[in-house]
Design a protein around this ligand. Structure first.
Ligand code: UDP
Ligand code: MG
Length: 345
């Protein structure tokens, strides 16, 4: 049974939502979201297969096609025809990295699940090291980037700033320089799948879940093929989702701004009244315009901040499914054992 039972709220991301019915026993699942990654897939498949085979356990590779417009699905289905350990899930449209990852995690059947990007920026060869740490009793082993290679100075600087900001503002401790490259066990994964939110900042959600977690340092490699699927606009949205999902500090900032504007208004009132009592006629329009600009600026900013939260609340309240699966392929992985422990026995 899964850990979904303890969830009391609505809409857990139920396992089996992918359309895969039978529960074939698998020790390790590797979940990879793919958006226009046809060039990355051959290298990804080869390196993942090589590393999974060294473990000597029943494994599956779950590739999620996130509404790609290139030959990604053709590539996935051709490979699933010949490799029984490979499964493909095609989403009905582009749902975005975090939801595509969630779709793959919901379909994963392994006792342990590793997630990584399709572009091989995170080396799959770290899987045995992650497994060894998990054998020591850790529930989550996450990759921590000590360096990033082959990425622009701008991306590195904004990423570094982002991780530090979200870590400071968030109510939970989100480790810095940690992406979605991690190995989790079934207990933690089921808890994650029971979290119903749709603006999913996956790395923050795993941090929120706690349990025994440990980082494994690695150097982030340049993309193997293709180009980044995170242009600036998507990066900004991602950061906004992370911030609103894990902190209400911006709402507090709105309150703080209200106090600031109140203090400025009090100062202005004092000045205006004393000038009036002294009988000075004021020229005035510069100060009036400045005051209008200042206070309306603060009001609009505050409204914008409230709007960011309200909009997300609205989207959540519709309770639409997180993602829609159009098609699946594969899934006849040879049965061995249901959990990692039994697989080892
Ligand atoms: N991705 C996705 N859907 C999207 C955008 C990206 O599934 O809408 C996948 C992409 O194929 C890759 C991972 O998310 O496997 C990370 O994207 P990318 O490598 O482009 O991000 P970067 O490493 O540049 O931040
Ligand atoms: Mg990448």
């Amino acid at each position: 049974m899964t850990g979904l039972g303890f969830h009391t709220g609505p809409r857990p991301v139920a396992r089996g939502a992918s359309g895969f019915g039978t529960e074939a026993p698998v020790a390790i699942s590797v979940v990879v979201p793919c958006f226009n990654e046809e060039e990355s897939l051959p290298g990804l498949h080869a390196r993942l297969t090589a590393v999974c085979r060294t473990l000597g356990l029943a494994y599956e590779i779950v590739l999620v096609d996130d509404g790609s417009r290139d030959g990604t699905w053709a590539e996935i289905s051709a490979r699933a025809e010949t490799d029984p350990c490979l499964r493909g899930i095609r989403l009905a449209r582009n749902h975005g990295h975090q939801l595509a990852l969630t779709a793959g995690l919901a379909a994963a059947r392994g006792g342990r699940v590793m997630m990584l990007d399709a572009d091989l920026q995170d080396p799959p060869e770290l899987l045995p090291d992650m497994m060894a740490l998990m054998d020591e009793g850790y529930d989550v082993v996450y990759g921590r980037r000590t360096r990033r290679e082959g990425e622009s100075a701008f991306k590195k600087a904004t990423a570094s700033l982002f991780y530090r900001l979200i870590n400071r503002l968030s109510d939970v401790e989100i480790p810095v320089d940690v992406g979605d490259f991690r190995l989790v066990n079934r207990r933690v994964l089921d808890a994650f799948l029971a979290m119903p939110e749709r603006t999913r900042f996956v790395r923050g959600m795993f941090a929120w879940l706690g349990h025994r977690q440990i980082g494994l340092d690695y150097v982030r490699q340049p993309r193997e093929a293709g180009e980044t699927k995170y242009p600036l606009a998507k990066m900004v949205r991602f950061a906004g989702d992370a911030l609103t999902g894990f902190s209400i500090a911006p709402l507090r900032l709105a309150t703080l701004l209200a106090y600031v504007s109140l203090a400025v208004a009090a100062g202005l009132a004092f000045y205006v009244l004393s000038a009036h009592l002294a009988g000075q006629t004021l020229q005035g329009w510069t100060s009036i315009l400045l005051a209008i600009a200042f206070f309306s600026g603060i009001q609009l900013l505050t409204l914008g901040i409230i709007g960011e939260y309200l909009g997300r609340l609205y989207v959540e309240s519709k309770e639409r499914p997180l993602f829609l699966v159009a098609e699946t392929i594969g899934g006849e992985t040879p049965a061995r054992a249901n959990t990692i422990e039994r697989a080892r026995a």
